[in-house]
Every structure is written in C-alpha cells, then in structure tokens.
Design a protein. Structure first.
Lengths: 210, 334
C-alpha cells in the first residue's frame, strides 16, 4: 500500500469523512462538484492543509495524525503535486522550474539538469528549456508542471484537475500523454477531476464526493 | 440588449421584457468633490513647498555656482580667504560629497542584510504576537531622533569601533581602504556609516516587509510541496519576488543616509580632503558641513552653504525619485 487516508478533512458544511487507500501503480480518481473538497484532499496529502482527525499514512509512515500529534512537513513527504493552477515559478525558465524539486532535495546542479532535460524530452518540451512560463501555451505549461512533479520520483503523485486549464487541442494531446506517463509511474496516483471522461481514460478506481 | 423591447422566448412558450437601461453617471457627489479638491490641494501644497525650498536654495546659492562653476562640486578646499574680498575665497564640497557617498554606502552595505533578515523573520518565522512586538520596536527605532543615535554612537559605539578598527587594520591593512598609516582611528567614516546603517535598518525593513508580504503564498506552498524547506521556498519565491522592492527600500534608506546631519556631525571628524580610508579619523558629509559652519559663516560663506544644501537637496531628491519608481515597478509586478 502506498497511501491511505482515514479521517476527516474540511470544516463545517465542507467537512468530509474519508477512507481510501491507493496501492502502487494504481490511479484513484476523486470526482465531485465544485466545493466538494476534492482539492482539499490533495492539499491535505501534500501537507499544505492539516487533517482534522484520523490518520494519513504512506508506506506505513504516518504523515499526519492530529490525535497522536504526528506530522511530517510538506518538504519531507515523498509526494509531488500538479496543482490546478499549476503554480510554475514565473521568474524561472522551464528547466529551472523542473529542476527546482531536485535541487531542493540536494541533487547536484549537473545531475538535476540532466534528469530534468530527460523528463522534458519525455513530455515533448525539450526545445523549451530556456523559455519562461509566460512564453508557453496552457498545454505546454501543464506539461512543465507534470515534468516538475515527476522528476523528483515521488512515491505518490497528486494531480489536481490536470486537464481543466487547457484548450481542446492541448487537452486531447494531454489525454494521450497522461496514460503513457501514469502507466510507467511506479507509485500511487490520486487524480482529482470533475470530468468522468478523465476517470474512464486514466483511473483504475474512483471515489465520488457528491 | 438594454433597449426597451420584448423578446420572444418561443422555446419555452413565454414572453419576457428586457428592463429599460438604467442611467449611470460617474459625476462626483458634493462630498466627493470637496474631498477630491482637498487632497489635490494637499498634494500640490507638498510640491509647492518642495519647489519653494529648491528655489530658495538656488536663489541664495546662485552666486556661488556663478563664481566657481562645476569646481564647487569637484574641489575639496574650503577657504573663505579675506572676508572683505570674496574673490580670495576657494570653496568646494568635493570632499564632503565624497564623505556623504562613502558613509551612505557603508550604511547600506551594513543595513541591507540585517533588514532582509529582519523582514523575513517578521513575515515568515515568528508567531503573530512576537511579530507585533518586533514591528513596534522597529517603529520606535525609526522614530528615534538622530541626535540620540549620534550621542549613543559617540558614547557607546566609538570605543568599540576604535578597537575593531585596530583589528581590521592589523589583518586587512593590505587592502587600501583599511590601510591607516597614522593609526588614528575613532571618528571615522566606518563609525558614521555603521551608525547610519543602524538608523536606516527600520526604513529598509519596513519596505522589504511590505513587498515580501505580497509574495504569492501559493507559490511558497508549491515550493514546499516539491521538497523545498522553508528557507528554500523563501529563497526560490520570496527573495526574487521582492528584489525590486528591496532595491527601492534600500534607495529610500540611502536617501536618509545621504542627508543625515547630527549623527554624522557627532561621529565623524570634519576634514576637507577626500578620504577613502574608511578607518581613518577624517571625513565629513555635506549636511554636517552645513551644520558645523552655519553658525559663524560670513555672508558669502552662507551662500556657499546654501549652494551645498541645493546639491544635497538634488542628490537626495534624485535618489528618492529613483526609489519611488523602483517600488512602484515592484508593486505593478505584484
């Protein structure tokens, strides 16, 4: 088992009791309406929002358990996030954006660069290394965000609406790329989406918050 | 849309009427007009005062610029000659201008790292109640009169800087700016610069805090989610984001350091020669020159002091103008 969450997220009317686990190589799709708490799950697993109660574990290591006051800081969790709004660093070029996570994990500059270049080649952006995020299309930015998350080789990949911010053409291209990328990803993947087409195309299991 | 007509919604078998367009005007109300005129008047008054100061200094110092031309700024000699014959006077503020610049540079070099560290500490590391205390302390330091700084610098900092200067000269004397053959330390540009640095820390910290607080939190989160430590996230997001704002804040501090009078007057020996050896007990700046000479100046010397004031006024205005432009640019980026 790679990731399991048993507990409560959110407050008041947005409170959600959850109980799920995702094994290595599996893709769990979480669907639901706007405001149903889909993104909060992603942020909770990433450590950006604390769990209300219960327990979040990855590979039998407790990341968050408020009752026993256990907490692993976001930077120490072996997960990576592709945010809905991407959150690329606007002042860094593509290669620096992708290499950021590796550098943060102490990887040498040269190795970070070569690994980032390899991943950019995999997502079809090899010639875009020196461009800034604002010089890319929506689909290209999405690919950079994906490369940035995958390059650190996380155990858990968290994708928050990965196809929502792109045009129709880019969406079709990403729909082709994502199964290929996720198919070769060894860890667990949690995909948040409101599109049932994404669920069918990409996920093994689904969880509805409606 | 907006015209009074009826739309047939055949699909639903009903008819609906589009309401008549509202009349919207952007005329100011009476209260708004009064307020608008009041703030416009206030803004113009500030500019009028500024122009009046510049005009007054130019009027009173014009004769000096006419007599000495550009050499008034480049020459370092200050000799009033025969008070009855103004043609015997040799007046120049080169050394003082150089002193203003060198002490201000020392101040900025010392204060910027402290200010950045303090701003980051306050914005990102300490809990709210400590933040309130630290901000209050900074505001208090910013409000301290410069004479208090000057007396403290003379009484407390001077003996310390004398000791430090001996050590610096001993180990780093091979670097020209630290080489003081006379070994007379004390009221040196280093002491004045250090004191000015402490004085401008609150200004730079305040601007840096404002800019850093506007750094996008979601990018800091993104950096953390990719494995960045707190410091790593701040270095990747906040520092680049606040760079131009910090430059603006630094220039505001530089403006104050350039124009500081009493603190420099108390901690720097007034010597009319360009001194780039920052440990040597010699220097001065334009503002302290004016403060020192003003009381016993002859009529002609007074004009020279007015001209010196105008030069300082223009330099400070230029630095502040530059700072404002940079801070505004950083706000637009935000």
């Amino acid at each position: 088992m790679s990731i399991s969450l048993q507990g409560t997220i959110g407050r008041g009317e947005f409170e959600r009791a959850l109980n799920f686990s995702v094994a290595d190589g599996e893709v769990l799709a979480i669907t639901g309406l706007n405001g149903s708490g889909k993104s909060t799950i992603i942020h909770t697993i990433a450590g950006l929002v604390p769990l209300r109660n219960g327990q979040l574990q990855s590979d039998n290591i407790t990341w968050d358990a408020p009752d026993s006051k256990q907490w692993v800081a976001p930077e120490d969790r072996t997960c990576a996030v592709v945010f809905q709004d991407l959150r690329l660093f606007p002042h860094m070029n593509v290669i620096s954006n992708v290499a950021y996570g590796l550098r943060a994990h102490g990887v040498s500059k040269d190795e970070a660069r070569s690994r980032s270049t390899a991943l950019l080649a995999r997502v079809g952006l090899l010639s875009f290394e020196t461009r800034l995020p604002n010089e890319l299309s929506g689909g290209e930015r999405q690919r950079v965000a994906l490369a940035r998350a995958l390059v650190i080789e996380p155990r858990v990949l968290l994708l928050d609406e990965p196809l929502s911010a792109v045009d129709v053409t880019s969406r079709a291209a990403l729909r082709e790329l994502l199964p290929e990328v996720l198919g070769s990803f060894v860890g667990a993947t949690i995909l948040v989406t409101h599109d049932l087409g994404d669920v069918e195309a990409l996920a093994n299991h689904s969880l509805s918050l409606n | 849309m907006g015209l009074p007509f009826t739309v047939s919604c055949e699909h639903y078998g009903v008819q609906t009427t589009v309401p008549e367009k509202r009349s919207i005007d952007n005329n100011l109300t009476r209260v708004d007009k009064v307020f608008h005129n009041l703030v416009t008047l206030g803004a113009f008054f500030s500019m009028v005062v500024l122009a009046a100061i510049g005009g007054f200094l130019l009027y009173r110092g014009f004769e000096i610029f006419k007599d000495f031309g550009f050499s008034f700024i480049t020459s370092s000699k200050w000799d009033i000659g025969n008070p009855e014959d103004t043609s015997t006077a040799i007046l120049g503020i080169g050394a003082m201008l150089f002193g203003s610049v060198i002490t201000a540079i020392i101040a900025v070099v010392i204060s910027v790292p402290f200010a950045v560290a303090t701003a980051l500490l306050i914005e990102f590391y300490v809990p709210g109640w400590i933040k309130t205390i630290l901000v209050s302390i900074l505001d208090l330091v910013a409000a301290l009169p410069s004479v208090v700084f000057g007396i403290w610098g003379y009484a407390v900092l001077l003996p310390l800087v004398e000791d430090w200067s001996v050590t610096i000269e001993h180990y780093l004397g091979w670097i020209p700016i630290f080489n003081v053959p006379s070994e007379i330390f004390g009221r040196s540009p280093l002491l004045a610069g250090l004191l000015l640095g402490l004085m401008i820390v609150p200004i730079i910290t305040s601007v840096a805090r404002e800019v850093y607080s506007q750094a996008p939190r979601e990018l800091i989160d993104a950096a953390s989610a990719l494995g960045g430590t707190r410091w790593g996230a701040l270095r990747a997001v906040v520092l680049p984001f606040g760079r131009s704002g910090l430059v603006g804040g630094t220039m505001l501090g530089l403006g104050r350091a350039l124009g500081e009078t009493v603190a420099v007057y108390l901690t720097l020996n007034l010597v009319f020669e360009i001194n780039f050896k920052i440990l040597a007990s010699a220097g001065g700046n334009v503002a302290s020159l004016i403060a020192t000479k003003f009381g016993e100046a002859t009529a002609y010397e007074l004009k020279a002091l007015m001209a010196a004031g105008l030069v300082l006024f223009l330099v400070t205005l230029l630095v502040n103008f530059g700072a404002t432009m940079i801070v505004n640019k950083s706000r637009k980026i935000v």
